[in-house]
Design a protein around this ligand. Structure first.
Ligand SMILES: Cc1cc2nc3c(=O)[nH]c(=O)nc-3n(C[C@H](O)[C@H](O)[C@H](O)COP(=O)(O)O)c2cc1C
Length: 306
């Protein structure tokens, strides 16, 4: 049976690189797409020039399809939508905001739209907006998450039951077992963030990668603010906050370097990142492990076979 995401986008594997703010740049995006997955540019904080430049850089590296993450609440989102259409990109993920805002415009221009949701209610709203697919993202994921804190294992089957369009699972998927489990929950594919942070092509600082390699299951922390939550690595967090506090300030209290607090976001699945690998190998391993894991079940456990 053809996979609806692969068929619609002309990709080999329904494995998405999640939008990674400021991190999901051309080398990583191109590597994921060239390997048969779907690379997505983490565009949320870029101005229009930066986004165009990154799009062109991906095109220099691969002719495979790739997309852009449009962070709806970002000040640049309107410009990003214009550029996506202008550059004839085939696909976007929209997140952090109302799916009603851009879905019709994007779809009228032939763009495949997937919206990222943290609850069933948001999934229903995305479906009403007319999205092509939904990414159900559990609260174990890295970066911004919902205050509701619903885990992937619980969220995905409920979203699958609630909507008609294809659903992808995100949050906590770091290997082939996670991919196979997502398929069992009714997802047609997965979106992966944290595991790709631990890839050769990901341009984060070496110390950030080192923290991923040594992270245990308990080494991320969720910080709640009135409108959202954010999951980051605990390691060095206090040191990084203090260094930021000590930085010389302008009269308005802004850091003189203009640098934001260096937050090292990661999901709970960081505890599975034990090797930095090329994105191609990560994807191929994930597919191979899922294939082997699922076929191992042809030897059905006695209690299950009835
Ligand atoms: C460092 C980092 C930055 C992220 N930035 C964004 C973003 O800009 N937009 C977005 O929709 N999701 C963002 N996410 C979420 C990912 O796209 C993805 O859904 C998530 O990482 C999946 O869960 P996992 O981290 O357990 O794999 C970010 C995640 C991480 C780890």
């Amino acid at each position: 049976m053809p996979n609806p995401i692969c068929r619609a986008l002309g990709i080999r594997y329904p494995i998405l690189l999640g939008g990674l703010l400021n991190i999901g740049k051309a080398p990583l995006v191109a590597a994921v797409s060239a390997a048969g997955g779907l690379g997505i540019l983490g565009a949320g904080a870029w101005d229009g020039n930066e986004l165009r430049d990154q799009i062109h850089q991906v095109r220099e590296r691969t002719d495979r399809p790739f997309g852009v993450n449009v962070v709806v609440r970002s000040a640049y989102s309107e410009e990003h939508v214009r550029i996506v259409i202008d550059e004839r990109l085939p696909v976007v993920t929209t997140s952090a905001g109302d799916p009603m805002r851009y879905t019709a415009t994007l779809k009228d221009n032939g763009v495949y739209v997937m919206h990222v949701v943290p609850t069933v209610a948001y999934a229903l709203r995305a479906e009403r907006a007319g999205v092509d697919a939904i990414v159900a993202e559990g609260s174990e994921s890295g970066g911004f998450t919902s205050l509701e804190e619903i885990s992937t294992f619980v969220l995905v089957p409920q979203v699958v039951d609630a909507v008609r369009c294809p659903v992808l699972a995100a949050g906590g998927i770091g290997d082939g077992r996670g991919l196979a489990a997502a398929l069992m929950l009714g997802a047609v594919g997965v979106q992966v963030g944290t595991r790709f942070l631990g890839s050769v092509e990901c341009g984060i600082p070496a110390a950030y990668k080192e923290s991923l390699l040594t992270a245990q299951d308990t080494d991320t922390i969720l910080t709640r603010s009135p409108r959202a939550a954010h999951r980051d690595l605990k390691k060095d967090l206090v040191a990084r906050v203090l260094a930021h506090e000590r930085e010389e300030r302008s009269e308005e209290g802004l850091p003189k370097s203009g640098k934001a607090l260096p937050v090292w976001s990661a999901g709970q699945v960081a505890g599975l990142v034990r090797e930095i690998l090329p994105a191609k190998e990560l994807i191929e391993r994930m597919v191979r492990e899922a294939r082997e894991g699922i076929s191992a079940f042809s030897g059905m456990p006695e209690w299950l076979s009835g």
